[in-house]
Design a protein around this ligand. Structure first.
Ligand code: UGA
Length: 445
């Protein structure tokens, strides 16, 4: 089938590439000319396992093209995907200006019937606004064409985006048009083998499903972080509690890891946006507001542990702190809303110096922080330790999981480790002569 995708961010680029991989003819449109030129040379602007070779192979095979020319994309596509960003507005609600700009562009150029698919995470009711924007432009041209607007939210995770896209656990399609549903069934047939993954529903339910999924996962994390804070105070170990509850299939093992708080481009933004939607419709989002408040506090928890260890934040002045992990989670270079940013800001406020290492996010860190005297971006985990007083682990990259604790002890002047993702066994760290702080591990207080 012939597909056009607007937006070559995470969602658009991965979706377009995977659709090309299974044989569809895909044209991706982006307004960023430098990005489009780079993609046409095989340069993928994000780090995502498996993506670059797939982009190159499908581009070489002629099934995947990149252009800034919206008219060309619209002329090509029978199905037009909107996968542009929906950044938070000042009040936390989703800013739809990019989505609606694409809708108007479609209305200005459409020459034949089409299916328009919202893949961006958009508030309930957006499909209606997209439909109205397209209709307005068609009417201005005096053109009468049939088009459907479908909600088809994306559930891919950064760091596993290609895998999630190639092997989705569900494909949510929201539409009131049987014909549009049938077309999308054909489009997704290569991804819908062995058992039925398509969940068809009305447009508004599909739009809400996306937010409900992310808000539920964020709720699990904030819940566990609250339990961790209780564990810390009552002298329990939340890691034991996690093992004790995860085996209940009604609770499950996923997303019950306490830590330094959730970040990324989705959870923080989507929880806030859903809360605003609730308010706009007269529903008080008590739980969602709490999920967000718990997370904001959790991002400051590592610093609070450090201040406690040193006897007050003033004692951190002049300290050199090694930080392992800057990305908001492993296997990505993305630092949006990352917990590391909160920690670094607090350390700098307190007058500490930071020596940081992340396996993928160094360029991103350079771009965000620029050159500053109190930050050294290091080439390796070991280099970050040289001359440091303490170590803080913020992101659970595999390569941080089993360090040589004797070497850590030798390197760290204050012999203390703050483990923001509970990667280590406290006994093992302490046996090497280091003080250990984890999240919710009351026994270490
Ligand atoms: C999330 C969802 O998991 C995807 O299903 C969804 O499609 C995506 O948002 C989206 O809306 O586009 P993502 O933001 O890539 O994906 O990252 P996650 O793997 O969900 O992690 C989010 C944050 O939660 C990370 O900072 C991670 O460290 C934290 N987390 C996760 C925890 O603190 N504890 C856990 O148990 C799990």
């Amino acid at each position: 089938m012939r597909i056009c995708i607007f937006g070559t961010g995470y969602v658009g680029l991965v979706t377009g590439t995977c659709l090309a991989e299974v044989g569809h003819e895909v044209v991706c449109v982006d307004i960023d000319a430098a990005k489009v030129a780079g993609l046409n040379r095989g340069e993928v602007p994000i780090y995502e396992p498996g993506l670059t070779p797939m982009v190159k192979a499908n581009h070489a095979a002629g099934r995947l093209r990149f252009t800034t020319d919206a008219a060309e994309g619209i002329a090509h596509g029978d199905v037009l995907f909107i996968a542009v960003g929906t950044p938070p507005d000042e009040d936390g609600s989703a800013d739809l200006q990019y989505v609606l700009a694409v809708a108007r562009t479609i209305g200005r150029h459409l020459q034949r019937p089409a299916i328009v698919v919202d893949k961006s995470t958009v508030p309930v009711g957006t499909a209606d606004r997209v439909r109205a924007a397209i209709a307005e432009e068609l009417a201005a041209r005096g053109v009468d064409l049939h088009f459907d607007v479908v909600s088809n939210p994306e559930f891919l995770k950064e760091g596993a985006a290609v895998e999630d896209c190639m092997r989705p656990d569900r494909i949510v399609i929201g539409t009131d048009s049987p014909a549009a549903l049938e077309t999308l069934r054909r489009l997704y047939a290569p991804f819908n083998r062995n058992h039925e993954r398509i969940v068809a529903m009305d447009v508004r339910s599909a739009e809400l499903t996306k937010y409900a999924a992310n808000a539920m996962l964020a709720t699990k994390i904030s819940f566990m972080n609250e339990i961790a804070n209780i564990a810390e105070q009552v002298g329990a170990d939340v890691e034991m509690v996690r093992k004790g509850i995860g085996s209940d299939p009604r609770i499950g093992w996923h997303f019950i890891y306490p830590g330094a708080g959730y970040g990324g481009s989705c959870f923080p933004k989507d929880v806030q946006a859903l809360a605003r939607t609730a308010q706009q419709h007269g529903v008080e989002p008590r739980l969602l507001d709490a999920v967000e408040a718990v997370n904001a506090a959790q991002k400051q928890h590592l610093f609070a542990l450090m201040a406690r260890h040193y006897g007050g934040s003033a004692q951190l002045r002049g300290k050199t702190v090694a930080v392992w992990g800057l990305a908001f989670k492993p296997n990505t270079d993305d630092m949006r809303e990352a917990s590391s940013r909160t920690l670094l800001a607090q350390l700098w406020d307190a007058g500490a110096r930071v020596q940081a290492f992340d396996p993928e996010a160094m360029d991103e860190a350079r771009r965000i922080f620029g050159a500053r005297d109190d930050l050294r971006l290091c080439d390796s985990a070991q280099a970050a330790l040289e001359g440091a007083d303490a170590l803080v682990v913020v992101t659970e990259w595999k390569q941080f999981r089993s360090p040589d604790f004797a070497r850590l002890k030798a390197a760290l002047a204050d012999a203390v480790v703050f483990d923001g993702r509970n990667l280590y066994a406290p006994d093992e760290v302490e046996a090497a002569g280091l003080a250990y702080y984890g999240i919710g591990r009351g026994r270490s207080l």
